[in-house]
Design a protein around this ligand. Structure first.
Ligand SMILES: [Zn+2]
Length: 107
């Protein structure tokens, strides 16, 4: 299985699909599905029905739908550029991700 290099709270760039070119923050990753929820990306409209007994108003609710990880590119927190994250092993043995552009390391 492919190692997930995109994590929660990462900033990502959408490289494919309707929201191509947009950036957003990762809210949740689903490693088994290979998808993630990204804030304000891949929004779907859900029509909700009014429910008087619970005083719920009917209407259109917008929410994020999962987007494939392969359609996302990590944005480096240091240089702000879309990058491919590499793996770097620190002297203490901990594995961190690293930016292929500026060389910054981050978790
Ligand atoms: Zn960088």
């Amino acid at each position: 299985m492919q190692k997930v290099k995109i994590k929660k709270n990462d900033e990502v760039l959408v490289t494919q699909g309707r929201d191509r070119g947009a950036r957003g923050k990762v809210m949740k990753v689903f490693p088994a599905e290979g998808t993630a929820i990204v804030e304000r990306i891949n929004l779907i409209k859900r029509h909700t029905r009014a429910n008087p007994s619970q005083s719920v108003q009917g209407g259109i609710l917008e929410r994020e739908a999962p987007i494939r990880l392969s359609n996302l590119k990590l944005v480096c927190p240091e240089c702000g550029k879309p990058t491919r994250a590499g793996r770097t092993r620190l002297e203490n043995g901990a594995g961190v991700r690293s930016c292929k552009i500026c060389g910054a390391t981050f978790n």
